[in-house]
Design a protein around this ligand. Structure first.
Ligand code: FE2
Length: 339
């Protein structure tokens, strides 16, 4: 078998986004019993779905599992002692708590979340198929830190998770929220309605394309100046209030960022995307299995992913807590066993 090549985020130089020559999956629309969240999602570019996990399980299983994960590195962080809530006591992360190394995507509690039946069902009704493939994207365990220890001093970092060269709806991402999440707490913040304007923006703004081109990686960073076009079309910032066990789903084109906690509450979330398995090529399936076996964290797209930076770097530890036990549903979604 030829060696599997895993494109890496730090040196991806493709002329087009990965898989740009293949079609994008379409939403399963027009059913009589179309749920309200799916209508909200189409109109606003995001939707909140309540109680995909029970409040009890979020608070009594997922939250302590996240704390165990942070404390287990034995760098000095103690969940109950705010004097230890300091960047030097935590594993490497970005934006104050976003984890893209240490096999975060393959921690036992993360796999348990990915295979939560109501989360899987949500993506089944979104795409109209039970044969889905899952992402290995990271997650957020944001502990309040002094703002000067946080990237960009904990200011907003508005971005989309698709390339300017992939303007159509191509990926839908989501997260279960683990801790109470009010207006001053950290959490997903979205520019409501921006996903549906993404394509039009790049049509109108081709003259802004820099000589070195926009990134072909699935990401686009926005500024207040570039966002004015969206504000002029009625888009407004919204930070959905979320209870433990609520899920938020959003179009990867939506302008968004993870707000850093402004007060003493932590913010825990696990990133989860599913896409129809039919869109995963055989080559991508081989890559996915290899990434799983190595414990790698990838970008959001379950099919057209590339591997996050530093997976093989000295600073990283793959499977710091051993390999996860993945149930049958999860093994199917990786491609280890057939549907
Ligand atoms: Fe994002």
């Amino acid at each position: 078998m030829p060696q599997v090549v895993l494109p890496n985020q730090s040196n991806y130089k493709g002329e087009k986004p990965v898989g740009a020559d293949r079609p994008s999956p379409q939403l399963a629309l027009g059913k009589e019993d179309e749920p309200q969240w799916l209508k909200d999602f189409q109109r606003d570019g995001y939707a909140v779905v309540k109680d995909v996990v029970s409040r009890e399980k979020a608070l009594n299983y997922y939250a302590p599992a996240g704390e165990d994960w942070l404390e287990g590195f034995k760098l000095g962080y103690n969940r109950d002692d705010p004097s230890t809530w300091d960047v030097k006591n935590l594993p490497r992360h970005i934006f104050g708590g976003l984890y893209g190394q240490y096999s975060f995507s393959h921690a036992q509690f993360v796999w348990d979340a990915k295979t939560e039946p109501k989360i899987v069902e949500l993506f089944e009704s979104l795409w109209g198929t039970k044969e889905l493939t899952v992402s290995f994207d990271g997650g957020s365990l944001a502990v309040p830190l002094p703002f000067d220890q946080v990237q960009m001093n904990a200011e907003p970092w508005p971005h989309s998770d698709q390339s300017a060269y992939r303007p159509q709806r191509h990926c839908v991402q989501g997260l279960p929220n683990i801790l109470p999440n009010g207006p001053d707490d950290g959490g997903l913040t979205v520019l409501k309605g921006s996903a549906n304007l993404f394509e039009q923006y790049f049509k109108e703004k081709m003259h802004l394309e820099p000589p070195e081109k926009w990134s072909t990686r699935d990401g686009f960073a926005w500024t207040e100046e570039t966002l004015k076009w969206f504000y002029d079309r009625g888009c407004e910032w919204v930070k959905p209030v979320m209870e433990p066990g609520h899920f938020v789903i959003w179009d990867s084109r939506q302008v968004h960022y993870g707000a850093f906690p402004r007060k003493q509450n932590k913010r825990f979330a696990i990133y989860i995307c599913y896409k129809p398995m039919a869109f995963l090529t055989e080559e991508q399936k081989a890559r996915k299995i290899e990434a799983f076996n190595r414990g790698y964290v990838t970008t959001h797209d379950p099919c057209d992913f590339i591997v996050k930076s530093y997976q093989d770097a000295e600073l990283n530890i793959n499977f710091p807590y051993g390999k996860p036990v993945v149930n049958e549903q999860g093994q199917k979604a990786i491609g280890l066993i057939l549907y």
